[in-house]
Design a protein around this ligand. Structure first.
Ligand code: RP5
Length: 179
């Protein structure tokens, strides 16, 4: 099966023609959260693609995305969704590529709905579930980086450098009274 036709209005961010990570989200409204995953992947120079793929509004697109993910070279999928957040679980059901789920903070229930929808997968189809919101998006990218770094020494060095810089940054401003 060929790759799904890229729709310009849905392809909202990508940094490479041969992405290793697919960042998908249920709605454009999830971008505020999921941009942090993309920013972290960019900081680590990891090629990714980013698209809106809705489990409820574009179910056929979800199926074709999952069906072509492996043959297109994706190694990890990061899926963010809010509310009745079926996207990560349905993707995981349709591809063996590891899926990391990011619960987007919903207005109605503050993201509890998103979290429980994503985390409570029945045995047999796993989704690695991260924290609600920005922290989950950043950590999904870092988790993907750690997975990819097991077979990529240069990326392992970049990930080590990212973590060292983070440590230095905290130590450089350890006095909470100083702005
Ligand atoms: C989910 O519904 C999306 O992941 C989003 O978090 C939520 C609300 O979507 P919009 O109504 O803002 O498009 O499918």
């Amino acid at each position: 099966m060929s790759a799904p036709a890229a729709s310009d209005d849905l392809n909202i961010a990508a940094n490479h023609e041969s992405p290793l990570v697919g960042v998908v989200m249920g709605s454009r409204s999830d971008w505020e959260t999921m941009q942090h995953a993309c920013a972290t992947l960019t900081a680590l120079d990891i090629p990714f693609e980013a698209e809106v793929v809705s489990a409820h509004r574009t179910p056929d697109r979800l199926f074709s995305y999952a069906a072509t993910a492996a043959e297109r070279g994706l190694r990890v999928i990061i899926a963010g969704a809010g509310g009745a957040a079926h996207l990560p679980g349905m993707l995981a059901a349709k591809t063996r590529i590891p899926v990391l789920g990011v619960p987007v903070q919903s207005k109605a229930l503050s993201g509890w709905d998103s979290l429980l929808s994503i985390v409570q997968m029945p045995a047999g189809i796993p989704v690695g579930t991260l924290a609600i919101g920005r922290a989950g998006a950043v950590n999904a990218a870092l988790f993907a980086a750690a997975q990819l770094a097991t077979t990529d020494a240069a990326l392992a060095d970049r990930l080590d450098a990212y973590r060292s810089a983070q440590t230095r940054s905290v130590l450089a401003s350890a006095d909470p009274r100083v702005a």
